[in-house]
Write a protein that binds this ligand. Sequence first.
Ligand code: HEM
Length: 393
Amino acid sequence: MVDYDPFSEVVIADPQPLYARLRAEAPVYHLQKYDAWALSRFDDIWACSSDRRFSAALGTTPAQVLTKDQPVTPMLNVMDPPRHGRLRAAIRKCFLPRYLRAVEPLARGLFEGLIDNVIDQGECDIVRDLGSRFSVTIACKAIGLPVEDGPYLNQLVLRFFHHHPGEEGITSDGVAALGEMTDYCAERVRSLRKSPNDGPQAVNALIAFEDEEGAFNDEEIASHLTMLIIGGSETFPKTLANGIVRLWEHPDQRASLSANPSGIPLAYTEIVRYDMPTQFLCRTLLEDVELRGESLRAGQGVLFLYASANHDENEFESPEIFDIRRSAARILSFGAGTHACLGTHVARLEGRISLEMILDRMPGYEVDLDAAVKFRTEFVQGYASLPIRFQPA
Ligand code: HEM
């Protein structure tokens, strides 16, 4: 019988083989230790992502739903309909293609500048020198925070996610970093209330938001902002690093992409499908649910194993093959349904610009995997540091 515990070293070291067994032997798997369920099949997660019986209001992270040592504070991704839908509609403007078209020239200039900083050295760190600085700055732009505060906020995000090996859940320093970020955001909100502006940025929409349940106070808005900062800056650098490694491992695919950059958007979809940094997110059942013959009870937690679903052989042909020409009808890298990623267009813009410029200016780069640092927790997988060497084009 398959034995799955998201906190076990075996799973954290290499989860995919176990996900394959879960899909085949126990697609609706009961985690006795946490009295929760894990869904590993694409179809089930896709359907349950729009099912209101699967609530996000009691949290979505393992530290909130399994180990219960991270408090649930007001954030868009831990709200349920109908208020979730009202708030999402109010803040989504700055994440839409129309707004991002205006941001694209800035984003291009920014990434060009980041490459200029390292091009003469013949080496750089994809995460630290490029990905993180790029995504946190764009996130600040979309949210409405000073871009010069990006590096400071990035440090807080890294502290929030840092785990001591073998330790489950969030660290006390992680909680402290989240507190510091909330204080920073509350200060920003207070100063914006004094000189409000009606720009499309999320902070303005949060300050202006009011519904029959009232408006948000400074602390609540600050909490919402921390989610946008974390969501907006933490995942993209990992997807870029994963993509750089996969293209290096497949030099033929890398060469065809350098020759034909119009294939980059499709390639980025395959990159986020093949290596999904966020392994799973959680929900809590509001009602009893029957699924594949299993009886799930109200109050139990449910894990959506996104990284498993993206390798589901029932959904994808040869899912273990990395193929930049794959045209997947759907993927679960950005979630689906009620809480589908609001930043999808932002991430895709960042993916297109960064891959275009790296393949143009560092076409034959070599990855130094021995010097790379993997970031591994039960929840998030990816590179914390990825050094490459290159001959400037
Ligand atoms: C490659 C980068 C990214 C990936 C893989 C990613 C992935 C995801 C996933 C899987 C969810 C669903 C969460 C759930 O099911 O509970 C989500 C939600 C969300 N993401 Fe992203 N994300 C990325 C980048 C971004 C960016 C750049 C932003 C903002 C600037 C962002 C903002 C959000 C927000 C606000 C939500 C919550 C939506 C809601 O609850 O209605 N994400 N993201």
